[in-house]
Write a new protein. Structure first.
Length: 359
């Protein structure tokens, strides 16, 4: 089945700038349109049309970054008008193509689905070193010893620390998964610690040692500049939102930079963030589980809507688990990690979800 769907994906990818026809794909595959559509959805967790929509819009952001006329980009990706393209673009990214061209803010990457990857780990390791070196060359002031860098997770922190990727800077990890379990109005306070520890099945002391203590540089010093290294996925973006809410609550007055990156290729996209609405968004999304009222950068906008979708009983991952009950938990986790990179859950989160669905 994987081989069949990979052939479908390859066929679709070659025709992303052409009208999509399920009948033509079915004729090429030698199966019925229903079988192709059903098989694709069952294995990938999304419809073909959704895949085509996300790929077209993501690829179009590159064309926009080259300052191409929006109407030309719209026609290039088979939209009937600039208005139709702009509506689709805003629905996915939370801003119009014109606003994207003006602001140059990061979006979640929608890369070609593939079920056969070889040597990815080696590539990522080399890519990460090269990309950080490039960032350091372009923004030397962000690698000064007075700058604080916050890394998403212990593994990333240890890698950066061991290789001294940020020079003489101070850095600390955020070892949390804010995309699951309840939180409190005030990040990192006593109520927060007890609520989060309980959600993870830990005592407050153990949670403090794992999450709060490593973040001490974030709490104790008055830095003039903080650089936040967080991926595009929902997991990372909810962690990022928590840190930004804390900075607003404590009236941080320095500069804040986001180094957003793709996990698969570690391509860093830098943007300076303006504080002012992240605490409100944190309260609305992570505390109250409601839609945000403020405009967010696309990568966070997309993550927020994924987060709210994942709170539903019948979210896309739950549906996929139910449709693939024949797979072992180990096989399911492997599939979920591959097919839902925008969510960013790890093994632990997926195993808990699988157990919940099957019970």
């Amino acid at each position: 089945m994987k081989e069949q769907v990979q052939v479908m994906i390859d066929w679709i990818e070659k025709r992303l700038k052409e009208p999509f026809s399920l009948d033509e794909l079915a004729a090429y595959m030698g199966y019925s349109p229903y079988y192709c559509s059903f098989t694709f959805h069952r294995l990938t967790g999304m419809s073909m049309r959704r895949y085509v929509l996300l790929r077209r819009l993501y690829l179009s952001t590159y064309e926009l970054s080259l300052n191409r006329k929006i109407i030309d980009v719209a026609f290039a990706y088979n939209y009937s008008s600039q208005e139709a393209y702009s509506r689709a673009f805003k629905k996915i990214f939370g801003l119009t193509p014109k606003e994207y061209q003006r602001q140059r803010v990061p979006v979640q990457s929608t890369v070609k689905l593939t079920f056969h990857q070889n040597g990815a780990d080696n590539y990522m390791d080399v890519s990460k070193k090269l990309e950080v070196t490039k960032v350091q060359e372009d923004y030397k002031e962000l690698f000064d010893q007075e700058v604080l860098h916050i890394l998403n997770g212990q593994m990333m922190y240890e890698e950066f620390k061991e290789q001294k990727l940020m020079g003489a800077s101070i850095y600390a990890p955020f070892n949390e998964a804010m995309c699951v379990n309840e939180t409190s109005e005030h990040p990192f306070g006593e109520t927060f610690i007890h609520l989060r520890a309980n959600g993870h099945g830990e005592n407050a002391e153990k949670y403090t040692d794992k999450v709060i203590a490593p973040l001490e540089p974030f709490f104790s010093a008055k830095h003039q500049c903080i650089v936040l290294w967080f991926g595009e996925d929902l997991f990372c973006q909810m962690n990022l939102l928590t840190l930004l809410a804390y900075l607003e609550q404590t009236n941080f007055e320095g500069k804040v930079f986001l180094h957003s990156f793709r996990e698969d290729e570690f391509k860093v996209n830098q943007v300076e963030l303006t504080l002012g609405h992240y605490d409100t968004t944190y309260q609305e999304v992570l505390v109250q589980h409601q839609e945000p009222t403020h405009t967010l950068i696309p990568v966070m906008y997309q993550a927020v809507h994924l987060y709210l979708d994942m709170l539903k009983e019948e979210n896309q991952v739950v549906r996929y688990i139910k449709q693939n009950q024949n797979l072992t938990s180990k096989e399911l986790v492997k599939q979920l990690l591959s097919l839902f990179p925008a969510i960013g859950y790890g093994d632990t989160q997926y195993l808990q979800l699988i157990e919940k669905v099957r019970s």
